[in-house]
Design a protein around this ligand. Structure first.
Ligand SMILES: Cc1cc2nc3c(=O)[nH]c(=O)nc-3n(C[C@H](O)[C@H](O)[C@H](O)COP(=O)(O)OP(=O)(O)OC[C@H]3O[C@@H](n4cnc5c(N)ncnc54)[C@H](O)[C@@H]3O)c2cc1C
Length: 462
């Protein structure tokens, strides 16, 4: 359908639903509320919300936006939401949550709106495992386009190294197949470049033959934080690649679902996952089990379907502030610095201050290189704080202070996935100079009019 050139943008928006074959909602209309993100702290107030059900809906929206001077952004769950303003149409993909498993070839074809839980539900009955992150409620595509550091990262590498193909809508509204052979430049860029290069409508991933793992978490009282953290860093240096671990200083609220011994107090969670020889995995964990007296020990042989229980990340939408850093090492002085700012005597307002051990398979370049940088970091540091009106400023300032305290051991890098923001300094932390250059050049090539140039995207300066 041709659109009259003299339409105002408001009139054009009224006509949006004539141009897309699915439900489109303007502010105040039913369906508009579907843009409310999981991270309630992000202000998501787009010009319109398109509830996409197909790749064609996405392409039609992009073409409509291009014709009327709107930008387009994409959201599945809103776990990684950044603000969205009135000049942007938001494509909501959560209805596109199909997941077809090919058990023979150990692959899955997954829709743009699927969460990892959808893939776990479809794959684990076949004894097959998707390389998901710690929280099954996170969206598959948002996670994979940021690389993806999962609970088995040291053993299997970056999750996006297990991507076989994407279907993507470019900023020109073209539907492209993207594989290592076809549109190989996009295959490089979409694994790490987030939404910079297009809106992914489906992704094909490898499934690994992992039916069970040895893992869970050992929880200690916050008063034991110093003993447990120091023991943990020493223990990490002994771990083989088959073993993965993270540690979290937690202050979980006394809410339904939070076990009583962990609620309303500071605790320390040592998370552990290992594959291969379970008896050896148990032997390896033994020193950590006696680092102090555990409050709860959930570690054992678990079905892969229970992978989300290892971190037991928050599930319900909430207003959060994230911060992050990558560390090159974690000597005893770094642990002391962390304890000073986030330990039992610190008055820390963070719900979670977490260190993940990296290295192993993550550190090796995969068969097909990608836009994910900083494979050589030894640990990642992340903070999650809840932003209540009376404490919001303190939580943000304190998260900055945690990152600052670990600055001497920071690589200066960050990962694409955690703590998204509009901060213009962020891209230079997430990507090397070369990667930034190529991502921007590709974005200009596949989206010359800048229709997708909104949110955390990499562009050349115009
Ligand atoms: C509780 C929690 C646990 C987490 N655990 C991990 C973890 O273990 N490992 C890890 O690496 N990350 C983790 N993350 C970070 C998470 O991977 C990112 O926030 C990710 O962007 C979320 O994707 P989403 O689709 O759920 O969120 P959304 O907010 O819907 O999307 C976030 C961004 O992803 C991109 N995106 C989404 N859909 C598409 C699409 N169809 N095409 C192109 N780009 C798209 C866009 O840039 C979008 O702005 C966690 C986050 C939270 C809040």
């Amino acid at each position: 359908m041709t659109i009259p050139a003299d339409l105002t943008r408001d009139d054009a928006l009224q006509r949006l639903r004539q141009h897309v074959a699915t439900h489109a909602a303007l502010p105040g209309e039913p369906g508009y509320e579907r843009c409310v993100p999981w991270n309630l702290a992000a202000t998501v107030a787009p010009a319109a919300v398109v509830l996409a059900t197909s790749a064609e809906d996405v392409a039609d929206t992009v073409r409509f936006a291009a014709a009327h001077g709107f930008t387009v952004t994409v959201q599945a769950t809103g776990h990684g939401a950044v603000g969205v303003g009135h000049g942007t149409i938001l494509v909501q993909t959560s209805a596109m949550k199909h997941c077809e498993v090919d058990a023979l070839n150990r692959t899955a074809r997954v829709g743009a709106g699927a969460r990892w839980q959808d893939v776990l539900d479809a794959a684990t009955p076949h004894g097959l495992a998707p390389m998901c992150g710690s929280a099954p409620g996170v969206g598959v595509v948002g996670y994979l386009t940021g690389g993806g550091i999962g609970p088995l990262v040291r053993t299997v590498g970056l999750s996006s190294d297990h991507v076989r193909a994407f279907d993507v809508v470019t900023g020109e509204g073209r539907l492209l197949r993207v594989t290592p052979e076809e549109n190989a430049d996009l295959f490089w860029g979409l694994r790490g470049g987030k939404a910079t290069l297009g809106i992914v409508t489906s992704v094909e991933i490898d499934l690994l033959p992992i039916a069970e793992f040895y893992g869970g978490a050992v929880y200690f009282d916050g008063s034991d934080a110093a003993a447990v953290l120091h023991a943990w860093t020493a223990w990490c240096s002994q771990l083989p690649e088959t073993a993965n671990t993270s540690i979290a200083i937690q202050q979980l609220p006394p809410l339904p679902g939070v076990p009583e011994p962990l609620a309303g107090r500071m605790t320390v969670a040592v998370r552990y996952t290992a594959v291969g020889d379970f008896a050896e995995a148990e032997r390896l964990l033994a020193p950590m089990r006696v680092a102090a007296t555990p409050l709860i020990d959930t570690v054992g042989v678990l079905p892969y379907a229970a992978i989300g229980a290892v971190h037991a990340d928050p599930v319900d939408p909430m207003p959060i502030n994230e911060n992050q850093a990558l560390l090159s090492a974690l000597p005893a002085e770094a642990v002391d610095a962390l304890l000073t700012v986030a330990g039992p005597e610190s008055g820390s307002p963070q719900v979670i201050v977490e260190l993940r051990m990296l290295g192993g398979a993550l550190a090796r370049e995969p068969q097909h290189r990608s836009a994910f940088c900083h494979r050589n970091a030894a640990f990642s540091l992340a903070t999650i704080g809840v932003l209540m009106p009376e404490t919001a400023a303190t939580v943000v300032e304190h998260a900055d202070a945690v990152v600052e305290a670990l600055q001497p051991w920071s690589t200066g890098g960050q990962m694409p996935n955690f703590a998204p923001s509009y901060d213009p300094a962020r891209p230079a932390r997430v990507y090397t100079e070369d990667t930034l250059h190529w991502l921007a050049a590709l974005a200009d090539r596949y989206d010359p009019a800048g229709v997708l140039a909104t949110g955390q995207v990499i562009r050349t300066m115009r």
